[in-house]
Design a protein around this ligand. Structure first.
Ligand code: PLP
Length: 383
């Protein structure tokens, strides 16, 4: 059954962005495409197959259920790496399928060793070390315990990587903290090496760090937002463009969210539109209804505030965003008919609602808006 809106994922845009990411790394640095949160709302299966077609063979997810989705979607022998939560009962499946995973505490390490022992297979782990974000990761004392466990169980563990995460590399305000984290990271790697443990892939940089702190790219970067065509922050875009003296944003948004006009009507002056009293007509207006509302991820904070594109022109949202629909002002538009395409995010001809402007209208970050796009909206890959 057709949904009331659909999401197009534009392969050429993904290709442009993968090329961009390739241009900021050196030979020898690998790309892991981060596809947590249903590939930042773009849809795991669509994105995995598109990115595999563009040469990506390493994917990072947050949890074991996400790894399951990613593994189902891959057609090559791409690596799947879990950076976060694992259900206890999933270790078996993970180790059997050679899915890689972070070990962020002693409990997880012991569990990995136990299950690997039962299966008589190696667990492919990345040692997640605490470097100052104070979120997940082995603290210094835990790391020393982990080293002992690893040495005792070498036959059950494949130490694929060592990793950590920066606490906000997208903003210069965090500069000292990021520098300190990187120094700590290098010390922790040395501790491992001094104990005869040599993880093959040292990785800490996400998109923001790869842009702002090139020295942190090491063996692999984990990049999500850049691949989808957005910057980790406006600051990181300005910094990058100024440094390179670029006139144009080198990234292209890969998403187009569209719906259609389902009704058009005239409203007399002095009438209220939609629920309550939040919008009153000052003159005779023409309005259209679009069947997308907050249950579809179109935020209520866009009430009397957002806009959409129809016939390549902006149409403001008037009144409140309802659960299943919005009402838009088309008083000054010509020739709009029921069934015409409406763009909620993305391009139509020369007009664009960028996700950044959408996020700003919505007082929110690109990441949050994208990740909240519901899974049940159909995603289509456009070549
Ligand atoms: C989300 C995430 C990333 C990717 O961040 P981007 O800013 O999208 O590049 C990298 N590492 C970890 C641990 C993450 O959670």
């Amino acid at each position: 059954m057709a949904s009331t809106s659909n999401i197009e994922i534009i392969n050429d845009a993904l290709k442009n962005n993968v090329n961009f990411v390739n241009s900021i790394i050196e030979n020898g640095t690998k790309i892991s495409a981060v596809i947590k949160g249903n590939a930042y709302g773009h849809g795991t299966s669509v994105v995995v197959s598109a990115l595999e077609g563009l040469g990506i063979d390493h994917f990072s997810v947050y949890s074991s259920p996400e790894a399951f989705e990613a593994l189902k979607s891959r057609s090559n022998n791409s690596t799947i790496m879990i950076m976060g939560f694992i259900n206890n009962e999933d270790y078996d499946w993970i180790i059997s399928n050679k899915v890689e995973f972070y070990v962020s505490n002693i409990y997880a390490l012991k569990k990995a060793i136990a299950v690997a022992g039962e299966l008589n297979k190696k667990a492919r782990i990345h040692i997640d070390v605490e470097t100052g974000m104070n979120r997940t990761g082995l603290t210094f004392s835990e790391l020393k315990k982990a080293v002992a466990l690893i040495k005792d169980n070498k036959n059950l563990l494949d130490i694929v990587g060592v990793t950590s995460h920066f606490a906000g590399a997208e903003s210069i305000a965090n500069h000292m903290r990021i520098k300190k984290q990187f120094t700590t990271f290098k010390k922790r790697i040395k501790l491992l090496n001094d104990n005869g443990i040599y993880p093959k892939i040292r990785h800490i940089a996400s998109s923001a760090a790869a842009i702002n702190y090139p020295e942190t790219k090491l063996d692999m970067i984990r990049t999500g937002i850049l691949i989808f065509g957005y910057w980790p922050s406006e600051e990181s875009l300005i910094y990058y463009m100024q440094k390179r003296k670029l006139k144009k944003n080198p990234l292209e948004r890969a998403i187009r969210w569209k719906s259609q006009v389902v009704a058009i009507k005239d409203v007399a002056p002095g009438e209220f539109i939609g629920y309550g009293l939040s919008f009153q007509t000052q003159y005779k207006m023409k309005i259209m209804i679009v069947p997308v509302g907050y249950c579809n991820g179109y935020s209520r904070s866009l009430s009397n505030n957002g806009h959409v594109i129809v016939k390549e022109q902006n149409a403001p949202v008037i009144g409140s965003v309802n659960m299943n629909m919005i009402i838009c002002d088309i008083t000054y538009h010509q020739g709009i008919n029921i069934g015409d395409e409406v763009i909620l995010i993305g391009k139509q001809g020369n007009s664009e609602i960028s996700f950044s402007s959408f996020a700003k209208m919505n007082n929110s970050l690109n990441y949050e808006i994208l990740a909240r796009l519901p899974e049940n909206i159909e995603r289509i890959l456009i070549y």
